[in-house]
Design a protein around this ligand. Sequence first.
Ligand SMILES: [Zn+2]
Length: 164
Amino acid sequence: MAKVKSRKRKQIPTILKNNEPALSMVCESVKEGEDISKITQALLYNLTKHKHGVGLAANQVGILKRVIAVKIGGIYKIMINPSFCSIPAESDDNGEIIPATEVQYEGCLSYPGVLKQVSRELHIKVDYINEQGESVLEKYNDLAARIIQHEIDHLNGKCILKGV
Ligand SMILES: [Zn+2]
């Protein structure tokens, strides 16, 4: 009789693709004191596996909770119940209007090989709870602002192919 190797394997969910229903669902807010360690583990495991991955939302791994992981300036960050508001266009010292939105190509780990032009706010304020349970308000610009808006869209059931 051959010896059967038994190896416990942790069940970490992988990234859902294309027409999976969870991708078009609106995620629920995380409640105070709720354990989200499985969610952050699933997000970071999947995001760090992808060399070009810069963000992932919980419903992309089948968990309908408002948690995102983003990679900003080479650092991975977890944002719980994130929301953003745009910082309106301003004029610079020369009176030139600084644009508030920009159209750029975006890709998505749930839609491999797809690139779509999406208009995003260039300057945003983001409100979220960090992994330590603290309430945080931060400003983000350009690519970082784009990544966060893309991931928050996912939490609202929107993606680059639908609703954006
Ligand atoms: Zn995406």
